[in-house]
Design a protein around this ligand. Structure first.
Ligand code: ADP
Ligand code: MG
Length: 685
C-alpha cells in the first residue's frame, strides 16, 4: 500500500468527499489514517431506566417529544425531550445543541451517557453524549469522536474509517523495529479501540513516533552545523582581563562561566551555535559584549540583532559607552537611522566593528567585509528566515559564530527534543543587590481602593538612589494594556492604551502620563522612551512593546491589565521591566478572569524564577506559548506532549542508535521525508 496515494483511492471516499478532505489538508492516505479521534465516548453497560440513580449514567433507548426553545434569561437554546426503554422514561436536556433535534429517528435506538441530576426542581439527564446503537461496537461500548471538518462530521469519519478497516494491516512501519508494537496496529487501535487502555497504548506509540522524528531532525541539523566552517578566534586572556577590570561592576560567576563557554566555542573551526539563557536582568548583554569585544579585536565584525528599535538603540548607547575607551567602532542601523548608506559603506569596508540593528540589518544591501559573529537578542522573536538572512552575510564559504540570547527559558524537554541537545549557557544568578519584585494579583474592581493609592505613593517617593541623572520627581510606573485603540476587534474586551491614558489623566491630573505602542513611528517611540528614561514621564501606558529588554531602573512599579490573557513566561518578562535598580519594586496583575486564571497568575506571586514559570506554562498552555508566536504552528505536535520526559528520553536513545548506522538515512525514506517539516524549527541558525 502506498501512503502517498490520494484519499480518493480509498473505499467509501468519492470525489466530492475527497475534495472536502483536501480542503482540510487531508490529501493522502497517510493524512487520512492519521486523522485521529479526539476522544472516545464510552457507552459501556447501560442500565434500565427504572434503575437510574443520580450521577453519571449510561442508558439505551428511544427519544421522543423533542422541542427546542430559547431561554429568556441567558439567551440559551434549550432542547428537551424524553428517553424511554421498556422499563420507564426520563427527561433529557441539551443546552445550545439545537442540532440534536434532527439527530434522532423516532424508531431507532440510541445510547446516552451523561449526568442525571436535579435542575430546577426536576431530575434530568443533562447534555448527554449520544450515539446510535447500531454504530457502536457492542463488545467495547466505545465510540471514537472525530473533530468535525466543515460538513464532515464525526460520524462521517467513523463511516470512512470503517470502510477502510481491512486496509490498516497493510500500513508499513515508519521506524526501525520498535519493540512495543507496529504502526499498523497503533493506527488501527486508535480508530477501533478494544478498550481505553489499548487506545492509550496506541497513542503512546504514535507519540513516540512523532518524538523520534522531531529528535532525529534536530540531531541531523546539529550534524549539518558541524560540517560548516567558521573562522576561529583565539582567546586573548590579557585583552579580556583588561576589559573586564574597566567595567563599573564585577561580573557574576554565571556571567564568567557563560563567557568562558563562548570563548572556547569561538576558538573552534566549527561555528559556535550557542543559546544564552538568562532570566530578565541577569546581564546577558554584558556576556554578549565580551564576545563582541574578543571578535572585534581579533579583526572580525559583529552584528547584534535586536527585535525592536527601542532595544537596539538602548544596546547602542550602552555599547558605545563601554567600547569608547577600547577602540571598537560601533554603529546603529534601524529603520529610523539617517544616512544609512553612509553607515552601510563603512560596514562594507570593514571600518565598523560592531553593528547593532533591527530588521533593517537584514536587507540585501547591508554587506559585511568579515562578519564573524552574529548575536541575536531575544532570538524567539525572529523567524527562521530572518535568522538565516543574517547568517548568510558572512564571507564566502564561512559561517559566522552564532550567539542567540533569550530571557524566555526553553525548558529542558524542549532543549532535548526541538534543539537536539544544543549548547546552552545559563545565567542562573542575578547581579547582587537585586530584590524580588512584590507581585499582587488584583481583581479589576479593586483597583480604586488598592492600586490608586499605591500609584500616588510611588510617584512621590524620591528617585531610585543609584540612578544617575534622573530628573523624575519620584519613581516611575509602567502600565501595560492589551490593545492600542478601543476599536481593536481582536481584543475587544480589553481597555486600550489610548483609553487607559485618558482615564488615568482624569484620575491623576497632576501626573505626566504618556503612551507608547507598536504602531507609532519609530521616531515617536524613541522620543517617548527617551523622555521616560530621563524621568520626564510619571506613568507610561504601553502595549507589550516595552516587553523586551528595556532598562529604566527608576521605574519601580508595573501594572498589567488583562493579565489572564498572557502566558506566565511573558508576564514574567514584562514584570522584569522593574526591579532593575536598588529599590523595592512592585507588579500588579489586573484580571477580570475566572478563578482558574487567577490561580495560574498566583504562580507569579509565589515565584520569581523564570525557568520554573516556563515549565508551568508548558504544562498548562503548550509549547507555542513559550517558544513565541513565530514558530507557534510548527511546534504544535499532534500527539506527543513535550512534557512527557520519559517518552522523550526513550526516543532520544533510540535516535542515537539509529544514527550509528549511517545507511539508515537512505533506507528509511518515509521517515527522512517526514522530518523535513521539523528541520526549520529545530535550528537556531
Ligand atoms: P538581560 O539579561 O535582561 O538582557 P541586561 O543585560 O539588560 O539584562 O542587564 C540588566 C542590567 O544589569 C543592566 O543595567 C546591566 O548594565 C546590569 N548588569 C549586568 N551585569 C551586571 C553585573 N555583573 N553587576 C551589576 N550589574 C550588572
Ligand atoms: Mg536583554
Amino acid at each position: 500500500m502506498n501512503l502517498d496515494d490520494d484519499v480518493l483511492t480509498l473505499k467509501g471516499i468519492g470525489p466530492k468527499t475527497a475534495e472536502k478532505l483536501h480542503k482540510y489538508g487531508i490529501r493522502t492516505v497517510r493524512d487520512f489514517f492519521y486523522t485521529l479521534p479526539r476522544d472516545y465516548e464510552t457507552f459501556e453497560t447501560p442500565i434500565s431506566i427504572s434503575e437510574v440513580r443520580p450521577g453519571k449514567i449510561v442508558v439505551r433507548g428511544k427519544v421522543d417529544s423533542l422541542t427546542t426553545r430559547r431561554s429568556r434569561r441567558r439567551n440559551l437554546s434549550i432542547t428537551e425531550g424524553v428517553i424511554h426503554d421498556q422499563t420507564g422514561a426520563i427527561k433529557v436536556v441539551w443546552f445550545n445543541q439545537s442540532y440534536r433535534i434532527k439527530q434522532f429517528a423516532p424508531d431507532k435506538e440510541y445510547f446516552f451517557t451523561g449526568n442525571y441530576e436535579l435542575k430546577n426542581g426536576r431530575y434530568s439527564l443533562m447534555s448527554p453524549a449520544a450515539a446510535e446503537v447500531s454504530d457502536i461496537d457492542l463488545r467495547t461500548g466505545l465510540n471514537p469522536v472525530y473533530k468535525a471538518h466543515g460538513s464532515l462530521k464525526s460520524h462521517d469519519f467513523k463511516r470512512m474509517m470503517t470502510a477502510s478497516r481491512d486496509r490498516f494491516s497493510l500500513i508499513p512501519d515508519l521506524l526501525p523495529s520498535v519493540p512495543h508494537g507496529t504502526r499498523a496496529k497503533a493506527l488501527f487501535y486508535m480508530h477501533f479501540p478494544s478498550s481505553l487502555k489499548i487506545a492509550a497504548r496506541a497513542r503512546d506509540y504514535l507519540a513516540y513516533e512523532e518524538l523520534f522524528e522531531l529528535i532525529l531532525a534536530s540531531k541531523l541539523n546539529r550534524q549539518e552545523n558541524n560540517k560548516l566552517k567558521a573562522s576561529p578566534i583565539k582567546f586573548d586572556n590579557a585583552l579580556i582581563r583588561d576589559f573586564v577590570s574597566n567595567l563599573p561592576f564585577k561580573l557574576t560567576n554565571a556571567q564568567r562561566r557563560a563567557a568562558w563557554d563562548i570563548f572556547q566555542d569561538l576558538e573552534k573551526v566549527v561555528p559556535m551555535n550557542r543559546l544564552l539563557q538568562g532570566d530578565v536582568g541577569s546581564g546577558k548583554t554584558m556576556v554578549a559584549t565580551l564576545a563582541a569585544y574578543e571578535v572585534a579585536r581579533g579583526g572580525g565584525q559583529v552584528a547584534l540583532l535586536a527585535p525592536t528599535a527601542v532595544l537596539a538603540s538602548q544596546h547602542y548607547v550602552n555599547l558605545l559607552q563601554i567600547f569608547e575607551k577600547f577602540n571598537v567602532k560601533v554603529e546603529l542601523l534601524t529603520g529610523a537611522t539617517k544616512r544609512k548608506n553612509d553607515i552601510k559603506a563603512r560596514i562594507r569596508s570593514g571600518e565598523v566593528n560592531v553593528v547593532i540593528g533591527t530588521h533593517a540589518l537584514l536587507t540585501d544591501d547591508t554587506v559585511f567585509k568579515n562578519l564573524n559573529l552574529v548575536i541575536i537578542d531575544e532570538q524567539h522573536r525572529f523567524g527562521v528566515e530572518q535568522r538565516q538572512k543574517i547568517m548568510l552575510k558572512s564571507p564566502a564559504n564561512l559561517a559566522p559564530h552564532l550567539l542567540a540570547m533569550t530571557a524566555t527559558p526553553i525548558p529542558r524537554s524542549l532543549q532535548l527534543t526541538v534543539f537536539g541537545d544544543l549548547d546552552v549557557s545559563i545565567l542562573n544568578e542575578l547581579p547582587s543587590g537585586r530584590k524580588p519584585i512584590t507581585t499582587t494579583v488584583l481583581s479589576e474592581t479593586d483597583t480604586r481602593e488598592r492600586l490608586y493609592p499605591k500609584i500616588q505613593e510611588t510617584v512621590l517617593l524620591p528617585p531610585d538612589a543609584k540612578e544617575h541623572g534622573a530628573k523624575a520627581h519620584g519613581r516611575q510606573i509602567y502600565w501595560i494594556c492589551r490593545a492600542i485603540e478601543d476599536t481593536d476587534k481582536t481584543v475587544s474586551e480589553a481597555t486600550s492604551v489610548k483609553n487607559r491614558t485618558k482615564k488615568l489623566r482624569e484620575i491623576f491630573p497632576r501626573l505626566k502620563i504618556e503612551f507608547l505602542h507598536g504602531k507609532m513611528k519609530p521616531l515617536e517611540k524613541d522620543t517617548i522612551m527617551e523622555r521616560f528614561k530621563n524621568g520626564e514621564i510619571d506613568i507610561l501606558v504601553s502595549t507589550t512593546v516595552v516587553e523586551v529588554g528595556v532598562d529604566v531602573p527608576n521605574a519601580t512599579m508595573i501594572v498589567i491589565e488583562n493579565a489572564e490573557s498572557y502566558g506566565l513566561a511573558q508576564l514574567h518578562q514584562l514584570r522584569g521591566r522593574v526591579g532593575r535598580g536598588v529599590s523595592d519594586s512592585y507588579c500588579y496583575l489586573l484580571t477580570t478572569g475566572d478563578s482558574s486564571s487567577s490561580r495560574r497568575l498566583r504562580e507569579l506571586e509565589k515565584s520569581c524564577d523564570g525557568f520554573y514559570l516556563a515549565e508551568v506554562d508548558l504544562k498548562l498552555r503548550g509549547p507555542g506559548e513559550i517558544y513565541g508566536v513565530l514558530q507557534h504552528g510548527a511546534l504544535d505536535l499532534k500527539i506527543a506532549s513535550l512534557s512527557d520526559t520519559k517518552l522523550i528520553s526513550r526516543a532520544q536513545k533510540d535516535v542515537d542508535g539509529f544514527l550509528k548506522t549511517p545507511e539508515n538515512l537512505l533506507k528509511y525514506k518515509e521517515l527522512m521525508e517526514g522530518i523535513t517539516k521539523y528541520q526549520q524549527i529545530t535550528t537556531l541558525n
